[in-house]
Design a protein around this ligand. Structure first.
Ligand code: COI
Length: 365
């Protein structure tokens, strides 16, 4: 039987789609208890949850989440990008925060249920998107109450969605380059800490630095490694990636991706490295000293992640040893470079279904 095709809602103003939360048909929820393990799906129409004031989620940060996207294809069908990857990363996060394992089939069932019930909120087909997807937020919380510092007796896994516009302004295959700044006053994640997982607690402390940076004209903030503050870790919202300065115009491009024990294991970064290899490019996964940026060793820089998609970076501002702000221009200091645009075309083309999907990354909703 052909999958159901439900057209995008005609009452939604798709032209105004922003990076925001919109109301939906509801979300799906599962409760875990020691006696029963994970229970059955429960459909919840209102976007609220009832929690004990002493829940470990509220008091001790027991909250992990995922972000993935569903895309409308040209024939109206909806496909989800690499949900199995998010299922496995959620379990890494859950394990780190003493939460129960969630079977992959439960994760996929939940994602399928919530997308299928919100199909009219998947934005219209966008051949080379960036903007225009249904964002899916699987979340696991330690819902049980405990005063002691112990894992509780109840957990909730829920998945909600929202139609999503662009985080940093990319749309329709165009990706404006943005200015970034290094957060100097705060270290995002300690080595051997929670940096590799998607814990809510990795994001909360960054809000004030992000807001201040945005006010000063830098839409995106970058973090160096906490131990030595010499190597690049990642942006507050997304992973860091770069194209190495070529030795000659016809040299094979080299994609560089930071090796660090405190950055999120990004599904988008993993996909882009696979795309780069499929294009015959070199891929270097290694620590990236910030000095390499200062010395002009990277000719293109981009932020990548589910929400950020591919966001070209045109400058990085940092504080030098004398406490003076210095700005390093990337490429021409204005626009996305050709390799960034190639990666964008390939990734968004696969997601929209108009480029070959050799590794079956798209999953039917
Ligand atoms: C995502 O890319 O899915 C995220 O969770 C990033 C978020 C901080 C906006």
């Amino acid at each position: 039987m052909a999958p159901q095709v439900v057209a995008p809602s005609s009452s939604f103003d798709w032209k105004k789609l922003a990076f925001d939360l919109y109301s939906t048909a509801g979300y799906v929820k599962y409760v875990w208890k020691p006696e029963t393990g994970w229970g059955n799906a429960e459909w919840v129409e209102q976007p609220y949850i009832n929690l004990h004031v002493g829940s470990v989620a509220i008091q001790y940060g027991g909250s992990v989440f995922e972000g993935l996207k569903a895309f409308r294809q040209e024939d109206g069908q909806v496909k989800i990008f690499r949900p199995q990857e998010n299922a496995s990363r959620l379990n890494l996060s859950a394990e780190a925060l003493s939460m129960p394992e969630l079977p992959e089939e439960k994760f996929l069932e939940a994602v399928h249920t919530v997308v299928a019930r919100n199909l009219d909120l998947v934005p219209p087909f966008a051949p080379y998107g960036g903007a225009g997807s249904l964002y899916i937020r699987p979340t696991m919380i330690a819902s049980g109450a405990e005063l002691a510092l112990v894992a509780p007796q109840e957990f909730v896994f829920f998945v909600y969605v929202t139609p999503l516009g662009s985080l940093y302004g990319s749309a329709g295959g165009k990706a404006p380059a943005v200015d970034s700044i290094i957060v100097e006053e705060y270290d995002r994640a300690a080595p051997k800490g929670t940096g590799t997982i998607k814990a809510g607690g990795n994001y909360g402390p960054v809000l004030k630095y992000q807001a201040a940076a945005k006010k000063a004209g830098y839409p995106i903030t970058l973090h160096l490694d906490s131990k030595t503050r010499t190597c690049i870790d990642e942006f507050s919202t997304s992973n860091f990636m770069a194209i190495k300065k070529a030795s000659s115009p016809d040299a094979t491009p080299t994609l560089v991706y930071p090796k660090s024990e405190s950055i999120l294991k990004s599904v988008t970064a993993k996909s882009l490295m696979d795309i780069a290899r499929s294009l015959g490019w070199n891929v270097e996964h290694r620590p990236i000293p910030f000095q390499e940026v200062i010395d002009g060793g990277l000719e293109e820089v981009l932020a990548c992640g589910t929400a950020a998609a591919i966001t070209p970076i045109r400058s990085i501002t940092y504080q030098d040893a004398n406490g003076q702000q210095q700005k390093v221009s990337i490429g021409d200091g204005q626009n996305a470079g050709p390799h960034t645009l190639k990666l964008l075309e390939m990734l968004t083309g696969i997601q929209a279904g108009n480029k070959e999907d050799p590794s079956a990354w798209l999953w039917p909703a």
